[in-house]
Design a protein around this ligand. Structure first.
Ligand code: SF4
Length: 363
């Protein structure tokens, strides 16, 4: 619950609004998940909360640590689905990549999550629970070790704008001083282009925006990001520009994400086309060399192809970053870990079925 929702909740119990502040601090500042330990609430209220409320940490199925410091979790949510969360430390920053849905319905052709299909939206609790989990994992609620999470990107599994209300509530808690107090510039929502929801977001949120472009023209983008057939590039860029226009801070730009896939969208002519497309668009460009996974059917581009592409953009005056690969040894590309956990489970189910068949044959 957001602060406003918690205040309404306590008022509905006939209690005071300020209980919301106390509970928010217990959960999100102190990392306390046991209502009994919230000692400033009074015994009767605690008893009442124990009967009607729940504070439940996420269930970790797997945690992996990369040699480069990246830590990745697979989390089981109610109903049995799996999502993943990744923390990527980098100097003074540590960026947490959170998921917003179990699977995804948008079926981008290069995406491991898309191949797993869509199961359901995550609740606001399941989204903010990923931030809680990351901090708790480093034992940093109590120890005051400093900020474990300085930045959050909604770039994990799922399309955040297709889970609008829950994502907005979770982002509210990310920004809320009584919860995580992260600045709006350091929370980034990344969308593949759900334009009506982006227009709606512009009315209620000031977080940073990233768009997953991946192609310089509609014909190519239709094949990589199918939602482009519904909301083509020009419509998406227009909506993103409108989003910026609604911000109080007029120095902001949109991050354009462009996954480079060998032989598909990584040629110099694609770069030149991108230059023309984005010439007057306030943006910085993030190039992401494709992270291959089994059955993707695509290849990672060579270092030369990446540099060539980068140079065309830089020479045209764009600010361009190339995402360095992190957590290679732990399959940190979006959706990969869950893919592996599911594969392991399936292998083990196949193994058990095979064992049963052997027993049946022997019997
Ligand atoms: S890239 Fe994003 S929007 Fe596309 S299928 Fe994957 S998770 Fe969904």
């Amino acid at each position: 619950m957001t602060r406003a929702q918690l205040e309404a909740f306590f008022e509905s119990l006939g209690d005071k609004k300020f209980r919301a502040q106390q509970v928010l601090k217990w959960i999100h500042h102190q990392g306390v998940a046991d209502i009994e330990q919230m000692t400033n609430l009074g015994k009767n209220l605690r008893q009442q909360l124990l009967e009607i409320a729940e504070v439940r940490p996420p269930e970790i199925v797997s945690q992996q640590d990369s040699e480069d410091g990246t830590r990745k979790w697979a989390i089981r949510v109610d109903g049995g689905g799996l999502v993943e969360t990744v923390l990527i430390p980098d100097g003074n920053r540590a960026t947490l990549c959170v998921s917003s849905q179990v699977g995804c319905s948008l079926d981008c052709s290069f995406c491991s999550t898309g191949k797993q299909g869509f199961q359901r939206d995550l609740s606001a609790a399941e989204i903010i629970g990923q931030v809680w989990l990351a901090i708790d994992s480093y034992d940093a609620f109590q120890s005051g070790k400093g900020r474990v999470v300085t930045n959050v990107v909604l770039m994990g599994m799922g399309e955040p704008l297709l889970n609008f209300d829950n994502v907005v509530s979770a982002m509210d808690l990310m920004l809320e001083d009584l919860a995580y107090g992260i600045s709006k510039r350091r929370v980034t929502l990344s969308t593949s282009g759900v334009v009506p929801a982006l227009d709606k977001l512009a009315e209620v949120s000031e977080v940073s925006l990233a768009i997953s472009l991946h192609a310089p023209n509609d014909a190519l983008r239709n094949t990589l990001v199918p939602i482009n057939k519904k909301y083509p590039i020009a419509v998406l860029l227009n909506s993103a520009r409108n989003y910026l226009g609604k911000q109080t801070d007029n120095k902001r730009v949109v991050t354009v994400e462009y996954t480079l896939i060998a032989g598909i969208n990584d040629q110099p002519e694609h770069a030149r086309e991108l230059v023309e497309l984005l010439r007057d668009f306030p943006c910085k460009i993030n190039l992401i060399p494709f992270n291959s996974f089994p059955q993707s059917g695509y290849q990672r581009p060579s270092g030369n192809a990446v540099s060539r592409f980068w140079k065309v953009l830089v020479d045209a005056g764009f600010v361009v970053t190339v995402r360095t690969t992190r957590g290679d040894d732990i399959s940190a590309a979006c959706g990969q870990l869950v893919g592996e956990v599911v594969d392991r489970t399936r292998r083990s189910e196949r193994y058990q079925r095979a064992q049963t068949q052997v027993v049946e044959v022997v019997g």
